[in-house]
Design a protein around this ligand. Structure first.
Ligand code: ZN
Length: 193
């Protein structure tokens, strides 16, 4: 047992966090006092809490992902609001995420893409958004070879990949013109033989 210097209660050793600074290897305050102080401090320093969390999550990406998914499940309304706010602040990134999700569904995002290649794809979507002023209609990121093509038997098949070298920025109007005119059979004859 040990006495807590904050609440002055005798508590078992297991009720104290470890501290290498102290002679007995335990903190002066008990766990519940520490947690109370910590949460009071956190309310006064939300920015510091956020910054610490960002740093920690960089070092522990798997754990961070787990906690953020758990939090989203437990707080669906807050999670949706947060998502919406983020999408408004990061329109380019949001487009990249949506495109990647779609491409993954169609099995068009290769698993062998490196982190920096994925980052380059994201940057292209951000650039498309930033170059919006160049065109009177919307800028879109287009798959040069569409993700879904039609083969000679009229069947839909995965053809293009969601990779940087298959992406280009097009105005919405040009993209529509290109539309579904893409000739898979011609492409196959020309490039695949
Ligand atoms: Zn205490």
């Amino acid at each position: 047992m040990k006495i807590c210097n904050k609440c002055n209660q005798f508590r078992p050793f297991s009720e104290f966090f470890k501290s290498s600074k102290n002679r007995d290897g335990l903190r002066y305050y008990c766990k519940s006092c520490c947690l109370l102080l910590r949460s009071a401090w956190g309310k006064k320093n939300p920015e510091k809490i956020r910054k610490n969390y960002v740093e920690w999550s960089k070092l522990n990406p798997e754990k961070a992902k787990y906690f953020s998914e758990k939090w989203s499940k437990e707080n669906p309304i807050e999670a949706a609001a947060k998502k919406l706010k983020w999408a408004k602040l990061n329109p380019g990134k949001k487009n990249a995420v949506t495109a990647r999700r779609r491409a993954t569904k169609k099995n068009a995002t290769p698993k062998w893409l490196t982190k920096s290649q994925n980052k380059e794809i994201q940057n292209l979507y951000i650039t498309a958004k930033e170059l919006q002023w160049l065109t009177t209609d919307k800028n879109e990121v287009d798959h040069i070879i569409p993700l879904i093509g039609v083969n000679e038997n009229g069947e839909h098949v995965v053809s293009g990949l969601h990779v940087l070298w298959n992406l280009q920025i097009l105005s919405s109007k040009l993209n529509k013109e290109k539309g579904n005119k893409f000739d898979f059979i011609k492409y196959k004859e020309e490039y695949l033989g």
